[in-house]
Design a protein around this ligand. Structure first.
Ligand SMILES: NC(=O)c1ccc[n+]([C@@H]2O[C@H](COP(=O)([O-])OP(=O)(O)OC[C@H]3O[C@@H](n4cnc5c(N)ncnc54)[C@H](O)[C@@H]3O)[C@@H](O)[C@H]2O)c1
Length: 563
């Protein structure tokens, strides 16, 4: 890989000429990167919240409705609904720890782009491209670039919004300490060039900051990813002893913490999509079997699962940003046992994000989608890896299930033959992904939504979404990290046990509140995943408001409806 010149000899656009001399002018910090948490404070005047030096304590009344569906002998159905309220006390730690982010697949397109995003914002770099002078920001990040409706002004009635990231104390991405592993040993400056995502002028300025960043050696079990990845493999842990590999990953995490003085580490899998692991009784179906399978180096334990186990045992949150079934039943049981945090699967970036918004809109408007055909072509290394059937299948599964809950939600459009049966006719849904090297990171997604209207009418919405894949993905990866860290600082008591310090519990192992950013969100056993994007966002935003003693946004807005 040809190195990039690092010289700053020519003007890069952020210079002013005073008396013939070049002078650097600092660009104003974009609002999404500004430390708005230092500029904005939210003070809640409510008996439901108490601010202590190190924690915010809120009384949370969780309201829902329990429904008993009674199918009567005469063929009618009665929905017996009962409002229920459960009381909780939540405690959110106010001290944001120094946090490290370790990426598995650091040298890939997402890993290098996320690194560039943090560094260019941290240093407030400016660069030129054909559009002119560019400034860094965190556009595309739910946490850094979106807002939450806090309430309304009692005099004018105007809605008041605050930055999402200022509702509770959260890590600022500029403060993340970066590191990680890759089976390719390229330093991050060269890997950034290889990725072909960023403008040259930005790449050039990042070199001094990234040339000494070298991924740690990782584990490579060739059977799990496409054979076409073999060329980049030159940075791997030796041998095939999976227990030794696990031990090394745990050591890596501990050393990273120690060497960088970080109190918390979040690990994300942003490495190649793996094939699905087979779920084999006695191998990966329980926590003990999985630990034993690692000891005996069983062939069906994947690298991503081994990373998950390392993180669970080290009690650091682990997020799977790819579609494979990393969280085999044994891994979930192990995480529950250690009260560790896990989240996944797969990032919800372009096509699927749009789909979970558009399909939700159609079904909730009473229009009946009959089919959704989704075509993609992309030319980056992710596309290359997905060009073989085994890894494509992982992606297909994670993309396919995203409208199931919508179909389930509307038995008028999708009737069931009987109460317990599945909808009689689901949406025909096909996913195609093709590797087209020429388009590089500019993934093209084309969707055809074909729906039934009244009186036999048909509606067709055809959408073409030209993404910059990694630039869409990295703010989302970052959100997952910031939110996962927040989850580790939230504890709660329920019912009568309130106020007893020792009875505070951590949140449940699977961080399903992160699902806004995930294509195939993991759910607690016995509970269904929510895919519809507005429900995901409302759930998270309302929970955050609840943690500071505020009611959820229900958009009833009686002020506008009553005399
Ligand atoms: N970019 C997006 O829009 C998007 C959206 C959803 C999901 N994803 C998923 O995110 C992942 C990363 O995407 P990308 O575009 O950065 O891919 P990429 O191929 O550019 O990067 C993956 C990196 O992982 C490394 N790698 C592979 N196996 C490894 C292992 N066992 N240990 C450590 N490193 C390993 C590779 O060497 C490579 O550098 C993919 O699985 C992709 O499907 C990406």
């Amino acid at each position: 890989m040809a190195p990039i010149a690092t010289g700053n000899g020519h003007s890069n656009g952020h210079t002013a000429h005073a008396n013939g001399a070049e002078q650097r002018v600092a660009a104003p910090v974009n609002p999404t990167a500004a430390r708005h948490e230092d500029l904005i404070s939210i003070k809640v005047d409510s008996p439901h919240v108490k601010y202590e030096d190190d924690a915010i304590i809120s009384q949370y009344s969780y309201r829902d409705t329990h429904v008993n569906v009674v199918n009567k002998a005469d063929g009618t159905t009665e929905y017996q609904a009962k409002p229920v309220t459960s009381q909780y006390q939540f405690k959110t730690g106010r001290k944001v720890p120094k946090t490290g982010l370790m990426m598995v697949g650091w040298g890939g397109n997402n890993g290098t782009t996320l690194t560039a995003s943090v560094l260019s914002n941290r240093e407030n770099l400016t660069w030129n491209n054909k559009e002119g002078l560019q400034k860094p920001n965190f556009y595309g990040s739910l946490v850094r670039a979106s807002t939450i409706r806090l309430g309304s002004d009692p005099v004018t009635g105007k809605d008041i919004y605050v930055p999402f990231g200022s509702v509770l104390p959260m890590v600022h991405p500029n403060d993340l300490v970066l590191g990680g592993w890759d089976i390719s040993g390229m330093t991050i400056d060269a890997a950034t060039t290889r990725a072909k995502v960023l403008d040259y002028d930005l790449q050039r300025q990042l070199v001094p900051l990234t040339k000494n960043m070298k991924p740690l050696r990782s584990i490579y079990y060739p059977d799990f990813i496409a054979a076409n990845q073999e060329d980049r493999v030159d940075n791997i842990l030796p041998g095939s002893d999976k227990q030794a590999h696990l031990d090394q990953l745990r050591t890596d995490i501990r050393e990273f913490k120690q060497n960088n003085g970080v109190e918390q580490v979040i690990v994300v899998w942003t490495a190649n999509t793996e094939r699905y692991s087979e779920i084999i009784p006695g191998v990966n179906d329980t926590a003990d079997n999985l630990l034993n399978a690692i000891k005996t180096s069983h062939s069906e334990v994947s690298p991503s699962t081994l990373f998950a186990v390392a993180c669970i045992l080290e009690r650091v949150p682990y997020i799977n940003g790819a579609p494979q079934n990393t969280f085999v039943p044994g891994a979930i049981e192990l995480a529950e046992r250690h009260k560790a945090f896990i989240g996944g699967d797969d990032l919800k970036t372009g096509q699927t994000r749009f789909k979970t918004a558009l399909a939700e809109m159609l079904v909730n408007a009473g229009i009946k989608p009959l089919s959704i055909a989704s075509y993609n072509h992309l030319g980056n290394n992710d596309g290359h890896n997905l060009s073989v059937p085994s890894t494509f299948q992982s992606k297909e599964i994670s993309k396919r299930g995203v409208v199931d809950d919508l179909v389930e939600s509307n038995a008028l459009l999708y009737p069931r033959a009987s109460k317990n049966s599945l909808p009689s006719k689901e949406i025909d849904h096909c996913i195609v992904i093709k590797y087209l090297p020429a388009v590089g990171d500019g993934k093209v997604a084309m969707d055809d939504y074909y729906s039934e209207l009244t009186l036999g009418g048909r509606n067709r919405i055809m959408v073409s979404n030209i993404c910059e894949d990694s630039l869409l993905a990295t703010p989302i990866l970052m959100d997952l990290v910031l939110l996962a860290e927040l989850m580790t600082r939230i504890t709660y008591t329920d019912g009568d046990s309130a106020n007893a310090e020792e009875s505070y519990k951590t949140m449940y192992t699977i961080m399903s509140l992160l699902s806004f950013s995930l294509k195939a969100p993991l759910a607690k056993k016995g509970r269904e995943a929510v895919n519809a994007i507005s429900r995901q966002r409302n759930g998270l935003a309302n929970f955050m408001k609840g943690l500071i003693g505020l009611p959820p946004n229900d958009d009833v807005l009686l002020e506008s409806r009553l005399w």
